[in-house]
Ligand binder design. Sequence first.
Ligand code: BES
Ligand code: ZN
Length: 644
Amino acid sequence: MMPIRTPGGTNAPGRFAAALACAALLAACPGAGPERRDAPARVDSAGAAHDIHSFGRPGDVRVTHADIDWTIDFDRREIAGSVTWTFERAPGAEGEPLILDTRGLSIEEVTAEDGTALDHALAHEHPALGRALGIMAPPGENRVVIRYRTSPGAGALQWLTPEQTAGGGKPYLFSQAQSILARTMLPCQDSPGVRITYRARVRVPRGLRAVMAARMEPGPEPSGALDAYLFEMPQPIPSYLIALAVGDIVFKEIGPRSGVFAEPSVIERAAWEFADTEAMIDATETMYGPYRWERYDILVLPPSFPFGGMENPRLTFATPTVLAGDRSLTGLIAHELAHSWSGNLVTNATWSEFWMNEGFTVYLERRILEAVYGKKRADMVSVLGWQNLLIDMKEMDAGDTALHNVSLQGRDPDDAFSRVPYEKGSLFLRLLEGEVGRERLDAFLRRWFDENAFQSRTTQEFEAALRERLFAGDPSRPGALRVDEWLYGTGLPDNAPEPESDAFDLAEAEARAFLAGEKPASALPVKDWSTQEWQHFIRSLPDDLDSRRMGALDQAWSLSESGNAEILFEWLKKSIRAGYAPALPPLEKFLIEQGRRKYLKPLYTELAKTEAGRRRALDIYRRARSLYHPVSANTIDQVLDYGG
Ligand code: BES
Ligand code: ZN
């Protein structure tokens, strides 16, 4: 190939040839063409699992470090700035372009560090994956600078008006990059199999604070009319863990290496609710080895945050709907913290291995709950999880119910989201625990985390470790446990260990007594009930319970007014099914006040089952949609067939 480095602006023949070569390469980009649903997992030239959700070719040219320079513009709803990528080439790949993922980005300039323009080309747009950006850097060059802007509709970003925050006075921005949305924030190799370190300088309007899931340097420093915050992420992470929030954010310490960030009016409640965090870190370290991320802080977001929590490294992002006032929903923190081992430390190599992030994490979450709060709570949460699994499986395509999910070709992994990888994955580890005992499984998992720290792994690699280590000396046991069926088959194998809870048996007995007319609502022993017992009690009621008895429960215990989002959610779902009209105004309020997808999706789905309900759902959604994060809005668009 001709030399590629040319002074900016000139049109040397070499440059033209390189651009053509680059464009031809991009036209043949993997993932952009029609896909076979059952395509076998491929392995790239570096021996790593091939990721069908990224255009990158890390086996040839792989990014290792980013220097980010962002200016946050609330008026234009865009991030403008640059990313400087450091990359390395595999032997023999000297002539290959660096290929990055982008989606909705305006690429303004691509240069070497000295300002020399570099040839680059954008491939055609794939609806779920965006556009590949190919850059020809001269041999010997290992850094490129890309100046770009995000678009106001960037899928990872939500821009909130002051009215959408707790304080009501200042705007707010937050990001949510999992699974394949980091590419809407910056050009990157957006695959969980590619790890990078980064430094970032983030300029924000004075009076707002920027936080990132990274080491936060003391600041800010003035930068013209703006304030600049500096971050460094020293541990290598995949792109989906890059995270940013900007707003009226303050901090409070809650332990020697933990604290909470939140808006001022929320900070005290958040610090109280999450006071057990340090105990959770200690418990997890005892079971699974050292916490390797230095600090563990929690950012409590405004209510439109689309998830319960997101395990952004060193800084979990959390919904305010877990601030129940009694620490009963802190399992969410146990879960996101557990990802510091399962997911962030040892990462699913591709989104087809999502269960290796979430199934492991649910297993760890329940072990942490047991260690910190006792077996009763862990059992209750496990039973609720089992019920959730059955609810989801009833409505799913069989192909999506395999742990190693190969049905994601050409789809956004988010479209296949369900609790199967979470709960079925965790049940598989429970099954192993029952088979070899807790001590041996813990030792095995601890070694798995140690040996694979800061790397990405496939189901097959985990399976090999199982056979070699956990079942060494007894090759017939995996067969007897049906390991193949668990990992690669669909549905729930019938040796699944169904969890049990004595406390729930008692709550069910109370439900029966109430339904049989033996006990009035006011005589139920709810004073002793936790959130979980309430959840189970409400789930135990028949879907067609008459409005008189729904009303009796509501009057006795103000369920329609519950300040506990989990209890309110169960109650509202039951109310829609039972046609209990007094719950409709609180339902509408709940759908507008918060944007957590786990609540929105079932409630809109339930409403849409009747004609009148569907009209009501659309009426609410028309007003609420602009308040939701794109992740939630996309899901509800599909539920209601909105705009289609
Ligand atoms: N990593 C997930 C959230 C996620 C998954 C975001 C897939 C985007 C794509 C997080 O750890 C999670 O599972 N959160 C749960 C909480 C939990 C206690 C199961 C949630 O948000 O409900
Ligand atoms: Zn998770």
